[in-house]
Design a protein around this ligand. Structure first.
Ligand SMILES: C[S@@+](CC[C@H](N)C(=O)[O-])C[C@H]1O[C@@H](n2cnc3c(N)ncnc32)[C@H](O)[C@@H]1O
Length: 274
């Protein structure tokens, strides 16, 4: 199956999917709960009959609700936004780091003409903003990046049918992880925990040490099964969670920088499935 993705997001899980899937299969559970769902890269690619996608960030949740309820709106606005931006950039020969006012205006105009609700406009603008936000400012390198970003969004459009079919079956939640686990815990449940990275503020909503401690407590007491993946290099993690069940290395997806290969990425796995 194709690897499905909707937007660029720090911490997407492409290389980990086969391992997450193995743990899920080994658990013999039937409900997959993606507690820190983010860009949905896990929920979109895990083979499960029942999936709960959750994130505390309402803007992200809104993207998946739009796709679930009104996929035709998302497809249409994204297509129009991409078409306009392509010609805008071609005409001006310059690239920008994120979505321009002009593109936003076109998306809004198209939405108004078709009576598309503001929620769907916000969803499409977020998809575009996230997918284009790694562009630079005008030099050759940036132009290459610009092209890569635009083809990234075009691929999202190509995948929209498959994405829509997946998302259609999800239960979508917008809760804090403590509340979500309480709500869904049970003996046929598998929780996947991919919390924000310790000490980083990449997300609109980040984690404090207190949150990690709460997660560790919840993991001890829950009835269902779980898998937690974290970067073992983050300080304090082993004090909170203890020694991991295993540590795996993955090739770094960010290509070489200045000709020097990036270090492989290490991930620590914690689980109660043995
Ligand atoms: C590492 S990212 C998840 C990445 C995700 N696996 C993906 O593939 O895109 C962590 C996510 O946790 C969310 N988050 C932060 N605090 C949370 C909380 N208390 N409860 C639920 N989600 C939270 C953030 O909004 C962020 O999207």
């Amino acid at each position: 199956m194709n690897y499905l993705r909707i937007m660029k997001y720090p911490g997407s899980k492409k290389v980990l999917i086969p391992d997450i899937e193995n743990y899920y299969k080994k658990s013999h559970k039937h409900l997959f709960v993606d507690v820190f769902g983010g860009s949905g890269s896990v929920s979109l690619n895990i083979d499960s009959k029942s999936t709960v996608y959750n994130d505390l960030n309402q803007d992200l949740v809104n993207v998946f609700l739009s796709i679930q309820k009104r996929p035709q709106n998302v497809y249409y606005l994204l297509k129009e936004g991409v078409k306009f931006r392509r010609s805008y950039v071609e005409e001006r020969g310059q690239s920008r780091s994120s979505i321009e006012k002009e593109t936003e205006t076109i998306v809004r105009e198209q939405a108004r003409e078709r009576g598309i609700p503001e929620k769907d406009v916000q969803s499409v603008l977020l998809i575009m903003k996230m997918s284009l936000s790694f562009g630079g400012m005008g030099n050759t390198y940036a132009t290459r990046k610009e092209k890569a970003s635009m083809s990234y969004i075009s691929k999202t459009l190509d995948q929209m049918d498959e994405i829509k079919e997946k998302v259609k079956k999800w239960k979508i939640e917008n809760m804090d992880f403590r509340e979500l686990v309480e709500r869904y815990d049970g003996n046929d449940v598998f929780f996947y925990f991919d919390p924000p990275y310790s000490g980083q503020d990449w997300y609109d909503i980040n984690f404090e040490m207190e949150d990690f401690r709460d997660l560790a407590e919840i993991m001890k007491e829950m009835e269902g099964t779980f898998l937690l993946t974290i970067d073992p290099n983050f300080s304090g993690m082993e004090e909170v969670f203890g020694p991991p069940y295993e540590i795996k290395e993955y090739p770094n997806e960010n290509g070489p920088r200045d000709g020097i290969l990036n270090e492989p990425r290490r991930r620590a796995f914690y689980t109660n499935i043995f």
